[in-house]
Design a protein around this ligand. Structure first.
Ligand code: PLP
Length: 336
């Protein structure tokens, strides 16, 4: 199936590298008869704009410019990677950026928030209760505010996960599968952290369209497997309506692992911090406690249970998030 991609602004350094994690595989996969573990380095899509959100925002920025918008409005937690990426993309393209952030903040900005401020984004903070119950009204409020000042804004949903952002990983999985072909294999499994669902939706739909045998599994970092199955179907449904594609989303193989969420979004226990430390020591790979570290910890656990012992190659998509590591610095004070 040939795909008619919409407007896209080239922002990411593509293709990102595909690398084997042989020291990890040796210690955590081979003893259980598991596959060779590879990593798709989407933490290297850019420097400040690093991570998975940049692939989605290439298409969101394309739509914003096409529609003549000069302002981007989006939302997330105080340490949102998506908001930081949007702030930097806006700076790069000369678009104003309004961020609606969840949580209280005092003292010096750290991690992603520091970069939001450096990039000149306008930030507004809301307590979680208000944020979750009034998010739509908050978008309306800020859209109205900027309109009054004479600006036209584009609203981007959480994580840029919708029928437009999904294009990022439809393209991303084409790239990943080609990397694998060049390395001489077709992966049986692709694994990623799933938070607002759009990365998983794009990978799943893209692999389906490509007609490969590859299974995509999202390791949930917040909500349940049911939630993510619904969310992936919703994003794919929006995409199908926008494109007029005849893909039947009921035929999609949507796999979610909900066993490693831990205490909740952005909350992790010591095993996750230990897995982050192990990835750094064995492979020089920097993971974060909110997304990639949690998913990676889950993957190591599943490998030790023999979940993936039927296959030869598994690709972990490193979705970025390294700036979110630093605000968690106090959690790394465990004995080695
Ligand atoms: C947002 C994010 C994810 C999750 O991607 P979604 O498309 O929101 O599910 C994973 N890892 C990192 C580092 C992220 O910032």
């Amino acid at each position: 199936m040939s795909l008619a991609f919409p407007a896209r602004v080239s922002l990411a350094r593509l293709p990102t590298p595909l690398q084997p994690l042989d020291r990890i595989s040796e210690k955590y996969s081979k003893p259980y008869g598991g596959p060779r573990i590879w990593v798709k380095r989407d933490d290297l899509t850019e420097s400040g704009m690093s991570g998975n959100k940049l692939r989605k925002l290439e298409f969101v920025a394309g739509a914003a410019l096409e529609q003549g918008c000069d302002t981007l409005i989006t939302c997330g937690g105080i340490q949102s990677n998506h908001c930081r990426t949007t702030a930097l993309v806006g700076a790069r393209l000369g678009l104003r950026v309004q961020l609606i952030l969840r949580g209280q903040h005092s003292g010096a900005a750290d991690g992603n928030l520091l970069l939001d401020e450096l990039a000149g984004a306008i930030v507004a903070f809301y307590p979680p209760g208000q944020y979750f119950s009034q998010l739509e009204q908050l978008f309306d409020h800020w859209r109205g505010y900027h309109a009054q000042l004479g600006h036209k804004s584009l609203s981007i949903p959480t994580g840029a996960s919708d029928g437009l952002g999904i294009w990022g990983y439809i393209a991303g999985v084409q790239e990943l599968l080609e990397d694998c072909r060049n390395a001489g294999f077709e992966p049986e499994h692709i694994v990623c952290a799933t938070g607002s669902g759009g990365t998983q939706a794009g990978l799943t739909l893209g692999a389906h369209i490509a007609g490969v045998r590859t299974h995509v599994t999202g390791f949930a970092v917040c909500d349940s497997a049911d939630y993510f199955r619904r969310k992936v179907l919703e994003d794919v449904g929006q995409w199908r309506q926008a494109t007029g594609s005849n893909v039947d989303e009921r035929a999609l193989d949507i796999r979610v692992n909900e066993h490693y969420i831990g205490p909740g979004y952005a909350l992790a226990e010591e095993p996750v911090y230990r897995a982050i430390s192990e990835a750094a020591r064995l492979e020089g790979l920097i993971l974060d406690p909110v997304y990639t570290g949690k998913a990676f910890y889950g993957l190591l656990q599943e490998l030790s249970k023999g979940t993936y012992s039927d296959c030869d190659n598994l690709v972990f998509v490193h979705t970025g998030g390294q700036f979110g590591l630093f605000p968690h610095r106090e959690h790394f004070s465990f004995p080695p």
